[in-house]
Write a protein that binds this ligand. Sequence first.
Ligand code: B3K
Ligand code: ZN
Length: 874
Amino acid sequence: PQTIYLSEYKVPAYLVEQIELRFELFEDGARVHSTLTVRRNPESQETGKPLELDGDSLKLESVALNGETLESTAYEDRGDKLVVPDVPEQFQLAVVTWIEPQNNTRLEGLYKSSGMFCTQCEAEGFRCITYYPDRPDVMARFRTRIEADKSAYPVLLSNGNPVEQGDLDNGRHFVTWEDPFPKPSYLFALVAGDLVEKRDSFTTCSGRDIDLRMYVEPRNSEKCDFAMDSLKRAMRWDEEVYGREYDLDIFMIVAVDDFNMGAMENKGLNIFNSSCVLASQETATDAIFQRIEAIVAHEYFHNWSGNRVTCRDWFQLSLKEGFTVFRDAQFSADEGSPTVKRIEDATLLRTAQFAEDAGPMAHPVRPASYIEIGNFYTLTIYEKGEEVVRMIHNLLGSEMFRKGSDLYFERHDGQAVTTDDFVKAMEDASGRDLTQFRLWYEQAGTPVLNVEDDFDAEQGVYRLTIRQTVPDTPGQTNKKPQHIPFALGLLDSNGDALPLNMDAAETDAPTERVLEITGAEHRFEFYGLDEKPVPSLLRDFSAPVRVHYPWAREQLLFLMSHDPDGFNRWDAGQRLAIDVIQSLIGHDDETEIEPRLVESYRGLLNNDSLDQALVAKMLQLPSENYLVELSEQADVPSIHHARERVLLHLANALRDDLLACYQRNNQAGEYELTSDAIARRSLKNIALGWLLHIGDEEALALATEQFQNADNMTDRLGALRALVNSGFDQERTEALDAFYEQFQHDPQVVEMWFSVQSASHKTGQLPHIRHLLGHEAFDWKNPNKVRSVVGAFAGQNLPAFHNPDGSGYEFLAEVICRLDDSNPQIAARLVTPLSRWKKFAPTYSEQMKKALESIRDKEALSKDVYEVVHKSLA
Ligand code: B3K
Ligand code: ZN
């Protein structure tokens, strides 16, 4: 397979002004008529270049130039390219292709999902529909006519506004849609099905009425309200916070069951994975509600950050994704608890993105090359990309950042641009120089900050020395220091915030500052102090970096209860728990467990003055995945064992407090989706899980009662999970059976049922995983099902996946090879747990490597899996 380089970018030789599409949809295939109005790009140097259109898995039926059908000698059909050598300055090209959506298991382009037709075109799916210059810097106006059987497909949707519709012969009908905004082909969408329509409306800030619609299968008609409400809140928020108004007269959301990703921001017609949009009190957990709110907002926000202003090429993917994730994170923070949102995002980043950035697939936020762009929808592009935008926000302040975003949207509306254009707009609006800051886009790897301090009692001066290094990553060594905003506070021994006087004359300075680290080494001095302070470093996780500081346990305990920065309170607790767990690894079971850990957890359990959502976060021990990420030569059984020891120790010691916490938070009353109610459910279910983990009989009765009588899925699933992870074998089986019995007709709930079992080290042993793959509800063609069984097993059930006999690895390799033939994108994603092989102790890493080699040796490997496997083995 071929590598594509950013350095080889050339402007398109031809531009498409208008594309007229006509789809004839049938059960055995679809005929696509496409008529392009093309002209040479005056900005292209490549005069006289033949017209080249991209294609993939198409059957070409005819080509006509300016109305004249071309002989097959007048063009070249290379399969992945249609080449027409002799074309004038301006012309119309009509291409007819035949495709088979019913056999499309890759779920890219036009395919069928539960009987409906739908599309996924980002990044390069449009070329599976028709021959086209399928690159984001070619922006055209689309007019789309869809024809299909009227009774099977009463609803026919595409981008923009419906302009014409009517009946045809043979029980068929058609609808024509027109999108007035020029767009890249990746934003094209089509849906045809027997769907129910949910309507609502939104009045924009300038008084325009927007027609809002959701289209779902009839069985899901009661699960739309939350997404619709989220949409309206997101629309209002984007007007208020970014001054962005919606532009079309209609906005549509469609739910489909078979979808490779979470959702897609097609212009005016967002398509969602059912699991990221459908919800009801009985079927969705609080976490799912929050995810839906975030994703609905994310896709909506793309209308400006992505659609109105789009990417020049796919190396710029983070231009739209990093910025839009930042926007949706701000929205979620405003709608809920900002600290908890920050904790969740930092947890994902530190657990999974740091691992990616330290592994064989490490790449900059703006990559320099790729083989398959589908492999670059990564945590680095999305989550690290978000952090980069957040740092700009923190360096500029909200007001300047808003000026910068206004300038960016105004300057580039209707254009396809680069991450550099984004940074430039921020610079021009604020007057700040972000030259060095741009390295965040160019250098891969997580910067490491080593912090040292000393206190000069005589002078009353506290000194911080901060050294930064950026680790080597594949293809990048000797990196330059980056520009890092480092938020800091200092506390005295009473826990009071100290003024940060940075020169001797200063008094009454602020108690929090954002230091800017730009060099390899910096020293900061703070004056006028009576005693050595406790530092609160990198507050609110002000930069995506690793911080090393020789924390003493007293300092962490102190910050856990005194830091005014909620994020650092939580972080201090995590660091303490990590320190305690790590100190047990490799020691026998007699080793004492830090008694102060128990007392600090007891304090948390009984603290009702602190935000209860934060308390719930603080009670959660660092995950096994994070502990693996922090270790050099991970030995999963030892990590699991040490963490398990701490968990059991805490649960035994705090048994009465846990029970009291459960009772206190288990209040009867109307179900609510408020932050407070969510925090209560979360606390209660943590307590229940811990109590069942130590086999508490009283808690077993509570769990059974909660499982049977819960009026919402958070509590029902919380009880189920607690039972599954307990040693109560009979109750576990009964609950699992009852749950399936009750929810077998709801695919999203069945997915949760699969993943609870697959992720649990009690039930998720390989034989049971294989059993689940043979279950009537399992479907290899449905990505959600694959993720909920195989993804949960390999990604979350570490002790079972890392079975020392290597069976977990072999199993994953077998699954990847099987999926590679039907859905390469999903197959490639599943390689991730194996790609980290170098991180593990030799017994494991050798077998992981073998599993990778067995995938490498498969015949006809897709380029998706090829890229990840070869880079992992390199
Ligand atoms: N832009 C889409 C992702 C498409 C992935 C294609 N492989 C969803 C999103 O980020 O909003
Ligand atoms: Zn996105």
